[in-house]
Design a protein around this ligand. Structure first.
Ligand code: NAP
Length: 269
């Protein structure tokens, strides 16, 4: 598929300086798309810009911004108003930690909602109309296996990631007739700097690479509304989507307990 003619000439990646977002950036750069990368820290953004500009004949613009800021729409609008952005990838969203709901400060939950729910809504509202008007484009929202079922220790995170899946499904139904592809990309454990920083030990857990997840995402963008990345994750997703919600919640809870070395919750079968 020619990514450039379908989704170019510009792609915007929210959370594009590291991990899965950087992998998307590299693959899109290789396909010839110019890039707008958003992330909080200047240094990884500058590194990404330098290496992408050195290795590919494309233009890269960056903006250091916290996607949870209420000024998100205004700042991004100023940056992209003269650019033809045909692809939005909303990637940021991983660092949530694992803790019981009532032991997490309200402000942390509000941040998660701002990052995983408000952010995708704001950027879709900003960039979507132009794609619909020109009759082509793509919107890819990165979600998580956690979004398939609730679970102990990740209640808020899981709920925000479920929002992304359902939002992608609705957008797909509305925008496909206008030539705009929408995909909710469900990632499972993926070896990224953010996950390593959050204390996950990947030597004990099988994880996909960021490159693999991004590659599947781009390959499946035309085949929305939802795709689960990786064979193992697809097998687990079938159980998580099962009618027996006690079973799926227990599975997710056990997974979070294992990943973050927390006590296994004692749940009825
Ligand atoms: N890694 C996994 O195991 C895993 C599993 C399931 C789902 N996912 C999903 O995959 C996506 C990517 O995850 P990831 O592991 O690559 O890490 P991530 O922390 O979500 O994404 C890393 C990128 O997002 C930026 N970012 C994070 N928070 C931001 C904020 N508030 N404002 C602006 N930029 C922000 C980071 O740069 P700065 O830190 O400089 O801001 C970096 O560029 C997420 O949506 C996550 O939920 C990941």
């Amino acid at each position: 598929m020619d990514l450039s003619s379908r989704y170019g000439p510009w792609a915007l990646i929210a959370g594009g300086s590291q991990g899965i977002g950087l992998a998307f950036a590299q693959q899109l750069a290789a396909a010839g798309l110019n890039l707008v990368l958003l992330a909080r820290r200047e240094e990884p953004l500058a590194q990404a810009r330098q290496s992408l500009s050195e290795n590919y004949p494309i233009e890269v613009r960056t903006l250091a911004i916290d996607l949870t800021e209420p000024t998100l729409a205004a700042q991004v609008s100023e940056l992209v108003h003269a650019l033809d952005v045909g692809l939005l990838i909303y990637n940021a969203g991983a660092v949530h930690g694992a803790c019981e709901f009532l032991d997490t400060p309200l402000a942390a939950k509000e941040k998660l909602i701002a990052l995983n729910c408000t952010g995708p809504v704001v950027l879709t509202q900003l960039l979507g109309p132009r794609m619909r008007q020109r009759g082509s484009g793509g919107i890819l929202l990165v979600s998580s296996m956690s979004g398939l079922t609730g679970g102990a220790y990740v209640a808020s995170y899981a709920a925000t990631k479920a929002f992304d899946i359902v939002l992608a499904e609705g957008l797909w139904a509305e925008l496909l007739p206008h030539g705009v592809d929408v995909l909710g990309l469900i990632a499972g454990a993926t070896d990224t700097p953010a996950m390593r920083d959050s204390g996950v030990d990947f030597s004990q857990n099988s994880a996909m690479s960021a490159d693999q997840v991004a590659r599947e995402g781009l390959a499946q963008l035309r085949h929305g509304p939802v795709h689960v990345a990786g064979d193992n994750n697809r097998a687990a997703a079938a159980i998580m989507r099962a009618e027996n919600r006690r079973q799926s919640v227990a599975l997710m809870s056990a997974g979070a307990a294992h990943l973050y070395k927390l006590p296994l919750p004692d749940l009825p079968g």
